[in-house]
Design a protein around this ligand. Sequence first.
Ligand SMILES: C[S@@+](CC[C@H](N)C(=O)[O-])C[C@H]1O[C@@H](n2cnc3c(N)ncnc32)[C@H](O)[C@@H]1O
Length: 220
Amino acid sequence: MRAQHLRAWERLGHRYVLEPPRRASSTSIAPGHPLDVVSAFGRSAPLIVEIGSGTGESLVAMAAARPESNVLAFEVYLPGIARTVARLHELSLQNVRLVQADAVDGLSHLLGPESIEELWTFFPDPWPKARHHKRRLVDRAFADLTVSRLRVQGSWRLATDWADYAEQLHEVLDAAQDLENVGDPKTGWSQRFVDRPVTRFEQRGIDAGRTVRDLHYRRR
Ligand SMILES: C[S@@+](CC[C@H](N)C(=O)[O-])C[C@H]1O[C@@H](n2cnc3c(N)ncnc32)[C@H](O)[C@@H]1O
């Protein structure tokens, strides 16, 4: 962790980073302690969840553009969270909270059914080697979990620059019972989510000649 981010983490972490009870590792969540979202944010507001917020490059810009929403991020990488804390402080944002947690544990144990208005999953780790595809975050089980946490009519927006992961997302999410693809009726791809800035990860994909795909689903 760079010294300036470590300092931000130590000085400001408590303002933005929630510390729920753990089950085992530092990214696990103990069952039986659901998050009191109103007290975590100090207000009741529509809830947006970002999964895998990285260094907060897109999270902070998008949360700044949505002051009327509470934005909760699950991220496993501590230096990324520290960097995000520094960015949040720079903009004095009040509507973001972070949890260092695996998204499956976070969604399963911290949030109740039908609690999320909008979910963002941008550039999930691609695990490009075929033998590692099973490590990809979004599969059938994860889609089912996510759908259960979305409110009816709630949105799930995703993006990836890896063609076979895009196809996998398309296939898995189109097959999920309670999700409706609200992208292009012919191709199923969505237009670029206008609020989403180009991050370092996206730029790397573009520089390598890969096509970025956005997907947009709504809970029926
Ligand atoms: C390729 S980065 C993309 C970061 C960010 N969304 C962006 O577009 O800049 C993927 C991020 O997901 C995080 N991640 C991977 N698996 C996760 C999981 N199971 N739960 C939460 N975060 C996860 C990684 O630590 C990493 O920061």
